[in-house]
Design a protein around this ligand. Structure first.
Ligand code: NAD
Length: 350
C-alpha cells in the first residue's frame, strides 16, 4: 500500500521541519500537511517544498471532525504523525480551555477518524508527538525515563499528558497501532519568537529588554529541531509499535546561562563591544508554578534505534542566530501577524 501520511501541525515550528524532511527524503510517499494556521503556523516555513508533487496542504482545524473525515477520504490516509497543538506554557496559564480543546479533544477527534477509516490496524500507525513536560519537574538529580510516572504541572503539560493517555487507551482498547515520543525543548529556525531563544535573539537585535523568569535558575534540556525531525523519521519507520521513546540532547542549561551565551554570540556577530547585550537582561516575576528542571534520558532511542543528535549545542545556537539574522522579514511578518492575515485571505477553512 502506498503511504499517504497525514502530518498535523506541519506549518508550525517542529512540524515544518518534519514535513520538509519527509517530502524531500520520500518522494514515493504522499505527504499531507493538515494545519489550521494559528498565530504559530505559517506556510512561509515550507516555501522550499511548496510545489513538490508529493506534497499537499489542507487548512483544517482538528476540532472539525467532518473535515477530518473528508481529508482521510480524499487522500486515503494510511498513517498519522500528530504534532498540531497549542504549545506555549504561558498561553496555557491564561487560557487553559484552548489547550483542552486542541490538545485533548483535537487528538481524540483524530484518533476517532483514524479508528473508523482504517480497516486493518496492523497496516497503519498513529504517531503522537509529545513533550518531556508530562513527567513533571525534577530537582537537581535524576532523569526522566520512559517509565517515569506522569506528573504534569502546567495546563499545557496536563493537556499533553491527557492526549498521551488517550493515544495509549486507543491502542489498548481498540488495538490501534500507536507510538509516542516525548521530547525535550527544541530550538532552531522557524520558531515563533515568544519562546526563549528566538525571543532573546529578536530583542538583542533590537536592543530591547531580555525578560528572564525569576533568577533564571530553571534548567531545560535542549535539542536542535532538525535532530528531533530525524528522530521522528526513525521512530516512524523503525520504532516498535505500542512503545514510548524519550528524545533529548543530554544538554542541560540554566535559562540564564543560555541568555548569556546568546548575548555573547550576538555581540560577536553584530560587532558590538563584549558585554553590551548582557545589559539588556531583565529579571521578571517568575512564571506561576514554574517547573525547576526537565532532563531526558534518551538512552532507549540511542540503543534501540541508533539515534543521536548530530549537532553540538554551541554550533546549533550559532546556526540558529544566523538564520534569524538572515530572515528578518520572516520575523517581522510573524510578529506583526502579516502572514496569518495573508494566509487567512488565501485559504479558507473547509
Ligand atoms: P507550534 O506552536 O510551533 O506549532 C503548532 C502548529 O499546530 C501550528 O502550525 C498551528 O497552526 C497548528 N495548530 C494549532 N492548533 C491547531 C488546530 N486546532 N488544528 C490544526 N492545526 C493546529 O508547536 P511546536 O513547537 O512545533 O510543537 C509541535 C508539537 O511538538 C506539539 O505537539 C508540542 O506539544 C510538541 N513538542 C514541542 C516541543 C518544543 O520544544 N517546541 C518539545 C516537545 C514536544
Amino acid at each position: 500500500m502506498k503511504k499517504s501520511i497525514l502530518i498535523t501541525g506541519g506549518a508550525g515550528f517542529i512540524g515544518s521541519h518534519v514535513v520538509k524532511l519527509f517530502v524531500e527524503k520520500y518522494p514515493e510517499y504522499r505527504i499531507v500537511n493538515l494545519d489550521c494556521l494559528t498565530y504559530a503556523g505559517n506556510l512561509e516555513n515550507l516555501k522550499e517544498i511548496e510545489g513538490a508533487d508529493n506534497y499537499h496542504f489542507e487548512k483544517v482545524n482538528i476540532l472539525d471532525e467532518a473535515s477530518l473525515v473528508e481529508v482521510f477520504e480524499k487522500h486515503s490516509i494510511t498513517d498519522v504523525i500528530h504534532l498540531a497543538a497549542e504549545s506555549h506554557v504561558d498561553r496555557s496559564i491564561t487560557d487553559p480551555l484552548a489547550f483542552v480543546k486542541t490538545n485533548i479533544i483535537g487528538t481524540v477527534n483524530l484518533l476517532n477518524t483514524a479508528k473508523s477509516f482504517w480497516r486493518n490496524y496492523e497496516d497503519h500507525l498513529f504517531y503522537h508527538i509529545s513533550t518531556d513536560e508530562v513527567y513533571g519537574s525534577l530537582d537537581e538529580g535524576g532523569f526522566f525515563l520512559e517509565t517515569t510516572p506522569y506528573d504534569p504541572q502546567s495546563p499545557y503539560s496536563a493537556s499533553k499528558a491527557s492526549s498521551d493517555h488517550f493515544v495509549r487507551a486507543y491502542a489498548n482498547t481498540y488495538k490501534m497501532r500507536t507510538v509516542i515520543t516525548n521530547c525535550s525543548n527544541n530550538y532552531g529556525p522557524n520558531q515563533f519568537p515568544e519562546k526563549l531563544i528566538p525571543l532573546c535573539i529578536h530583542n538583542i537585535k533590537n536592543n530591547k529588554p531580555l525578560p528572564v523568569y525569576g533568577k533564571g535558575e530553571n534548567i531545560r534540556d535542549w535539542l536542535y529541531v532538525v535532530d528531533h525531525a530525524r528522530a521522528i523519521d526513525l521512530v516512524f519507520h523503525e520504532g516498535k509499535k505500542g512503545e514510548t521513546y524519550n528524545i533529548g540532547g543530554f544538554n542541560e542549561w540554566k535559562n540564564i546561562d543560555i541568555v548569556r551565551l546568546l548575548c555573547k554570540k550576538m555581540d560577536e556577530k553584530l560587532g558590538r563591544e563584549p558585554g553590551t547585550s548582557e545589559k539588556l537582561i531583565t529579571f521578571v516575576k517568575d512564571r506561576a508554578g514554574h517547573d525547576l528542571r526537565y532532563a531526558i534520558d534518551a538512552t532507549k532511542i540511542q540503543k534501540e534505534l541508533g539515534w543521536e543528535p548530530s549537532l553540538q549545542f554551541e554550533e546549533g545556537i550559532s546556526k540558529t542566530i544566523d538564520w534569524y539574522l538572515e530572515n528578518e522579514e520572516w520575523l517581522k511578518n510573524v510578529t506583526s501577524g502579516a502572514y496569518q492575515q495573508y494566509y487567512s485571505e488565501h485559504y479558507h477553512n473547509r
